[in-house]
Design a binder for this molecule. Structure first.
Ligand SMILES: Nc1ncnc2c1ncn2[C@@H]1O[C@H](COP(=O)(O)OP(=O)(O)OP(=O)(O)O)[C@@H](O)[C@H]1O
Ligand code: SF4
Ligand SMILES: [Mg+2]
Length: 333
């Protein structure tokens, strides 16, 4: 097995005054060593909470109820990250060092009152135990690696003095400075303009190829998935509905939801007069989860009496793919 991480039966719910939100409801997938796995789905599908559950960092009133996150960084016996005390020393040593989180809003990750250099030096010293001058040297190397011009001068800058794209590069430099094995990037390019987005995606590819880092890349944008993914996990209402290698997901999607998502992506080759398909209906409120298959009210091929009654299981195909649809199961037997 060359999986760095294996998520099994993950359930993370929010206990709100209005009721229980099943943000993540039985999610499973693996991240191979040195590969990029993209988690994709519409807003509210549970992408961010899946990423945060891996580090057991769920905000109140949420809680990881069940599941395991088998972490196997050195080929040794795996550790279940969810079995560790969420406030304990062991998980804190992993957060920010072995597993780093990069979010959509870099300002949230950067201190407004400390220089970039001070923040980087502090983090590097804490996790790698280097001297101040060694940590400073490493900070300069990392800023250079992520494409920041005149990196030594930048150490004295504050985050607010930089553009959005440069701030995100600093966050990535901070994340990779301690040689993580896994980067969890939650919509890291969504707030950026198209050119900057393309440059940052290039940077993620380069980090995967040069440093061998694994990446869990969360996005709602299939254009981004096509650019960066090795493997794709498609989520809907807290469940994985399809998973597989990126080529197969794009060329031979098995799940009606994946097909609908792909149908709603603008393509350059599309005839201008051809209308862009959209997924009909809306994602239901988390308090009105449909019976049976969660996608059935929006599914073009739903079968009455079956799809509204039976919740399909996530079924693995012999070629290493997985799909949650009664019809796909039948056609792949
Ligand atoms: N603090 C919270 N309190 C209550 N419910 C929450 C909280 N955070 C998230 N949720 C709910 O959990 C579900 C999954 O949320 P999550 O943020 O993981 O979705 P997402 O796929 O990342 O969506 P987006 O694309 O909008 O970022 C949603 O229904 C959301 O409303
Ligand atoms: S199980 Fe039925 S409703 Fe659900 S995706 Fe498959 S065909 Fe559509
Ligand atoms: Mg999100």
């Amino acid at each position: 097995m060359n999986d760095l991480i294996k998520v099994e039966g993950l359930r993370t719910h929010f206990f709100t005054d209005e009721g229980v939100v099943k943000a993540v409801d039985g999610v499973e997938f693996s991240i191979p060593m040195g590969k990029t796995v993209c988690v994709v789905g519409e807003s509210g599908s549970g992408k961010s909470m899946t990423g945060r559950s891996i580090l057991n960092m769920i905000p109140y009133p949420g809680r990881v109820l069940e599941g395991a996150v088998h972490w196997r960084p050195n080929g040794a016996a795996p550790i279940d990250l969810l079995s560790l005390d969420p406030k304990g020393r062991a998980i804190r040593a992993i957060r920010g060092k072995d597993i780093a989180l990069i979010s959509q809003e870099p300002m949230a990750a950067l201190s407004p009152v400390h220089t970039i250099g001070n923040q980087m030096v502090e983090t590097i010293r804490m996790h790698l135990g280097l001297s101040k001058s060694e940590a400073r040297q490493r900070a300069v190397e990392m800023l250079d690696k992520v494409g920041i011009p005149r990196p030594a001068d930048r150490l004295d800058s504050y985050a607010f003095e930089l553009s959005g794209g440069m701030r995100q590069r600093v966050c990535i430099a901070l994340a990779v400075a301690c040689e993580p094995k896994l980067l969890i990037a939650d919509e890291p390019t969504t707030a950026l303009d198209v050119t900057t987005q393309a440059n940052i995606l290039d940077l993620f590819r380069q980090l995967r190829d040069d440093m061998g880092v694994s990446i869990l890349f969360i996005t709602h944008d299939l254009g981004v998935v096509a650019e960066i993914a090795d493997e794709v996990v498609v989520m809907y209402l807290g469940q994985v509905v399809e998973q597989g290698p990126v080529r197969q997901i794009f060329h031979d999607p098995l799940h009606p939801y994946t097909r609908a998502l792909l149908g709603s992506v603008p393509r350059l080759s599309r005839n201008r007069k051809e209308r862009l398909a959209t997924i009909h209906g809306m994602v239901p409120s988390p308090f009105e989860r449909p019976s049976g298959c969660l996608f059935h009210p929006r599914c073009d091929v739903a079968e009455s009496g079956l799809c509204d009654r039976v919740m399909p299981a996530l079924t693995r195909t012999p070629t290493g793919r997985a799909v949650r649809c009664v019809k796909a199961e039948a056609s792949h037997e």
